[in-house]
Design a protein around this ligand. Sequence first.
Ligand SMILES: Cc1cc2nc3c(=O)[nH]c(=O)nc-3n(C[C@H](O)[C@H](O)[C@H](O)COP(=O)(O)O)c2cc1C
Length: 260
Amino acid sequence: MNPIFDLLDQHRSIRKYKTNAVAPELVKSILHSGMRASTSGNMQFYSIIQSTHTDLKEKLYHAHGKQSMVRMAPIVLTFCCDLRRLQIWMDAYKAPGNFNNFISFLRGVIDVSLVAQNIAIAAESSCLGICYMGSTLMNAKKITEILKLPQLVIPVTSMVMGYPEESPKKIERLAYESIVHEEVYRDRSPKEVQDIYADRDKNTWERVSTNPQHASKLVDENIQNAAQFYAKTKYTPELLQQYSNDYIECLKKQFHQAIF
Ligand SMILES: Cc1cc2nc3c(=O)[nH]c(=O)nc-3n(C[C@H](O)[C@H](O)[C@H](O)COP(=O)(O)O)c2cc1C
């Protein structure tokens, strides 16, 4: 089999890390490989902030909702949409600044996500582990302050990286046929969708309903299945709206209000 297919197939998020440092030359090679990702118009609308100092990582740990891997992993990478470098280049040559808008932001988000995933693969191919940090979106304002991000730069996602101290089991994905549509989109019936999620429903519900930590919540909220658990605890409309408002506020601040 193609060794890259094998590597991709073996991916697991790592949340426990050895204290060993990662050789700076190796990190540099990994980031360098990552930056070979395709990029909109070859503009590279992104920057990557590499944080390794304990004090800084401690601040990021708090900003990431105290997720322990931020403290534990030797490297935290913050991936930012960066329209600033381009703007400075434009200004230097008296070219109009055409990039302070929503579509350029989206292009930056795509560019930086491609780089991040290339880096993830390069790291995993070097026996390192990674975990993305979605808390970046929820705490963008705080992270912007900690990392001193200037105008036209905003965090999109983060990744911790280091030598794994655990070997978690592989988490399965939804079936190929449920994700891939041939030629045009074919909407799935509610029954087909229930079948698609059947394993996940079963496994999640087993895990949640036997965890004493959730017991009172399940009774109080009359939660009877995995879908209700997600919607009524982890992803409530109030919480998601609050996160959305916070990110939009950060976006407006970083992009001079002009982005929408
Ligand atoms: C954008 C993004 C954000 C994520 N944020 C977090 C996070 O904040 N905390 C965490 O423990 N895992 C996070 N993850 C990891 C996912 O939980 C993980 O990829 C998923 O459960 C599948 O597990 P696997 O990566 O081991 O296959 C994130 C993954 C992605 C792609």
